[in-house]
Design a protein around this ligand. Structure first.
Ligand SMILES: Cc1cc2nc3c(=O)[nH]c(=O)nc-3n(C[C@H](O)[C@H](O)[C@H](O)COP(=O)(O)OP(=O)(O)OC[C@H]3O[C@@H](n4cnc5c(N)ncnc54)[C@H](O)[C@@H]3O)c2cc1C
Length: 307
């Protein structure tokens, strides 16, 4: 019997595991190793500092260029795979094993995996946007968008965005490549025709928008993308996963699921709600000039909290 089983060794699961020092924690990860998630990994200074990820910064820009407007904000390009490999260090991760479901037995939880049964006091579903645990609990995001990335060789300086009614598209200059992307309802066909792309390396993953009504079910918690702790206006989930993992750790140490539900919602839900509204209205308003934004905590009118 262990104290905590975490389904999924992505950022959310690993950030939580790091906070559970002193407890017996097992992460179960279906992939053969960490990393490899399709992700632009654009983050704020706050994220870099709180995640202690400075050595994994590949570059930074001071604004995003839209159609006729500039969003002024310091934005960092993270080497996410490198950072995740460092996070995984010293964690007990069972790779190549998939969580398939769970059963509560009094105070104990039996977790069924592709390799057997694990007995635990707490189970955390940090298993991403298509969370198995979330499905079993009937807790799903309000919407799943397609997160698409098309990489081509080349050089480009800056970040350009295009707002659309269903989301947005982007072009980012990275080390030796250009990343074209989209958080949209459509597929790669949309990206191809919009950017006139011929040959590219395609990667995609779903982006959950709008958290389910409940994320703590007794000793079973949903965390990160599994709980749609994602900024609805950008699809960014790394920073909110990090903040939510702090509440999850406190709930586990204090043996109180409510601490988790109340804690993360108290800190993030108003911003997520505002982000849902922002997403609806932004493509209908004409932005112009230079606007300061806070990448993490959106505020009306668009302004910065402390950058
Ligand atoms: C195209 C795209 C661009 C993005 N750009 C940004 C960005 O610029 N900035 C930002 O902050 N965020 C961005 N995001 C969002 C970010 O990637 C996610 O919010 C973040 O990965 C959430 O972390 P997580 O650990 O909750 O989920 P994940 O990173 O998805 O990790 C879940 C893990 O669980 C594992 N797993 C799944 N099911 C099981 C199972 N049944 N058993 C065992 N293991 C399982 C998976 O293999 C995976 O390793 C982007 C997402 C996409 C798709």
């Amino acid at each position: 019997m262990v104290d905590v089983v975490i389904a999924g060794a992505g950022p959310a699961g690993m950030l939580l595991a790091k906070r559970l020092e002193g407890l017996k924690v097992v992460l179960v990860e279906r992939k053969a190793g960490v990393g490899g998630k399709p992700c632009s990994a654009l983050v704020s200074k706050r994220f870099i500092e709180l995640a202690k990820a400075r050595e994994w910064v590949e570059g930074s820009y001071s604004s995003l260029q839209g159609d006729g407007f500039w969003l002024k904000t310091r934005i960092y390009l993270l080497d996410r795979d490198g950072w995740e490999r460092e996070l995984a260090d010293e964690l007990d991760i069972r790779f190549g094993e998939e969580v398939q479901g769970f059963r509560k037995k009094g105070k104990m939880i039996e977790v069924k995996t592709s390799k057997g049964i694990l007995k635990t006091r707490w189970l955390v579903g940090a298993d991403g946007a298509g969370s198995r645990i979330g499905k079993q609990l009937g807790a799903r995001p309000k919407e799943l968008l397609n997160g698409l990335i098309a990489e081509v060789e080349g050089r480009y300086e800056g970040i350009r965005i295009w707002l659309r009614p269903d989301g947005f598209m982007w072009k980012i200059g990275r080390k030796e490549k250009i990343e074209y992307g989209g958080m949209i309802r459509g597929g790669f066909g949309v990206l191809k025709s919009f950017f006139d792309l011929k040959h590219f390396r395609a990667k995609s993953a779903p982006i959950p928008i709008g958290p389910p009504g409940k994320t703590a079910f007794g000793q079973v918690l949903l965390l990160g993308d599994a709980a749609a702790q994602v900024k609805p206006w950008s699809g960014g989930g790394l920073f909110y996963s990090l903040l939510a993992s702090r509440h999850a750790a406190r709930a586990i140490f204090e043996d109180s699921p409510e601490i988790y539900e109340d804690g993360w919602r108290g800190e993030l839900e108003s911003y997520i709600r505002l982000g849902m509204l922002f997403r609806q209205f932004l493509p209908r308003v004409k932005l112009s000039g230079s606007l300061r934004i806070d990448l993490d905590f959106l505020q009306p009118p668009i302004s910065a909290r402390n950058e």
